[in-house]
Design a protein around this ligand. Structure first.
Ligand code: HEM
Length: 450
């Protein structure tokens, strides 16, 4: 008997785990790409733990206080308390710089792993009947994750972050009719007001994390209820609980949740933590000392959102002004900010959420599909990825123009055409290649039958 078996026998003896085999014996397919969801989950745990540490030293206030910390250039200056507290965390609180960087990198990995997890679910068709509800819950989680990162970005109240936050305020203000109210609720009124940082802090440390936790619980409950998907089998599989037919997709074959999958998950957790620690140890983050405190009179030369919001920034940068209009007879003005920053992103997120109802399946499917066998769905996925990539490049139009030795006036029309044409071309090419591939596979079957 191995040590693991001994440990199981001991715990089972005390807690009668076998009785709850339904959960502890739940099968987890041994697929590496299925671990991306777990990476997201563990990043969230790291974010919560490091966030608690940072919360003990951060001051959500823009009142001026005199800086007395160890950064020489700011000694004796009166600066916003939020900025001063982040300087203190970074340079004076023991382990503060490391924990702040850990929090930062965990936020990036959180969003990145969610994005990759979503792509895995999309391209393997794991959103199909009966998993549509979990796809919708997942879309909500993706939006909340970006919201958490955005509200956190603003908190140091340095010149760089507060300028980007000001753009968010202008966007919410651009919403026809209710814009002023939204600006008041989310940003505490005219940006930057003394209420902005407390309001964003409240959203960042309470409202959004509670919503994320709630949705993760729902996401996991649905997952446990519906079981995982599994890759189609090559033949019948012999398991400890009997032989499972190759085409029996009601029965999932995999590692039992406890102890095997629990051990795999522990490894994933520590690998995630190790990766984040390495990043935090070697790569600096958002250098508040270099940016300086918010300066209402100036605008920094380079303003940029985080990479995962760059696509929204891209819409804002390349949409031509003529798209703005006033609704006849109402006096309601629809600005390009509103179209690019609110309407288009909402349409993209709405399209993502509704996708499983476009690619509808009447019958439940528990096997994942090979993306190469789904020409039109994979083509749509490729088109969507290309669309987001071109939009993100558009968000960096000034850097692109500099690199090409030209002006944004020249690159913007090209990007505007590119954002429409490149996804269509990418999608059609993918469809063509996959359809031909399916055709030639059918052809070789015919030959084999002769
Ligand atoms: C905080 C964010 C998220 C966390 C922590 C999370 C976590 C997980 C975990 C641990 C699993 C099981 C393992 C796996 O398949 O990877 C899973 C499955 C699933 N997730 Fe997520 N997820 C998140 C966001 C999303 C998003 C953005 C989507 C899609 C829009 C999504 C859709 C799904 C679906 C449909 C399944 C079932 C897939 C299957 O059974 O193969 N999730 N999620």
């Amino acid at each position: 008997m191995s040590r693991l078996d001994d440990a199981w026998a001991y715990v089972d003896d005390r807690l009668d785990l076998e009785r709850d085999r339904g959960f502890f014996g739940k099968a987890f397919p041994a697929e590496d790409s299925f671990l991306l969801g777990e990476v997201a989950l563990f990043c969230f745990v790291v974010l919560a733990l490091t966030g608690v540490f940072l919360g003990m030293f951060f001051e959500p206030s823009t009142s001026k206080v005199t800086y007395e910390g160890s950064v020489a250039q700011f000694q004796g200056q009166d600066m916003p308390e939020a900025f001063v507290s982040v300087l203190n965390i970074t340079y004076d609180v023991p382990y503060g710089m490391f924990i702040r960087r850990l929090h930062h990198w965990a936020a990036h990995l959180f969003v990145a792993s969610i994005g990759l997890h979503m792509l895995r679910v999309f391209f393997t068709g794991a959103y199909r009947n009966p998993r549509e509800p979990n796809w919708v819950v997942g879309t909500g989680l993706a939006v909340l994750a970006m919201g958490a990162a955005y509200t956190g970005y603003a908190l140091p109240f340095d010149e760089f972050a507060s300028t980007a936050t000001g753009i968010g305020y202008n966007l919410s203000n651009s919403i026809p009719v209710v814009g002023g109210l939204v600006g008041k609720v989310v940003f505490g009124g005219e940006f930057p007001s003394s209420a902005t940082i407390p309001r964003l802090y409240f959203l960042h440390v309470l409202v959004i994390p509670v919503l994320i936790t709630g949705l993760i619980v729902v996401h996991m409950a649905i997952l446990l209820r519906q079981k995982h998907t599994e890759r189609a089998r090559d033949g019948n599989v012999e398991t400890e609980r009997g032989v499972v037919d190759a085409d029996d997709d009601d029965t999932i074959v995999g590692l039992p949740a406890f102890p095997n999958q629990a051990a795999v998950s522990a490894v994933v957790f520590f690998l995630t933590l190790a990766t984040l620690s390495l990043l935090a140890g070697f790569l600096p983050v958002h250098n508040v000392a270099a940016y300086g405190p918010n300066n209402p009179a100036g605008t920094p030369e380079l303003i940029m959102p985080d990479w995962f919001l760059m696509w929204v920034y891209g819409f804002l940068k390349i949409l031509p002004q003529w798209m703005a209009f006033t609704v006849p007879g109402t006096g309601v003005h629809v600005s390009t900010e509103f179209v690019g920053g609110i309407v288009l992103p909402t349409a993209v997120i709405g399209a993502v959420a509704l996708w499983p109802f476009v690619d509808r399946h009447e019958e439940p499917t528990h096997f994942t599909a090979d993306p190469l066998d789904r020409p039109w769905q994979t083509a749509v996925g490729v088109a969507a990825v290309v669309f987001v990539m071109v939009a993100s490049i558009a968000g960096m139009n000034n850097l692109l123009a500099d690199a090409l030795g030209t002006s944004t006036g020249v690159v913007n029309p090209v990007l505007l055409v590119g954002i429409v044409v490149a996804p269509v071309v990418g999608g059609l090419l993918t469809y063509r290649v996959l359809r031909d591939r399916a055709g030639s596979a059918r052809g070789s079957e015919v030959v084999a039958d002769e």
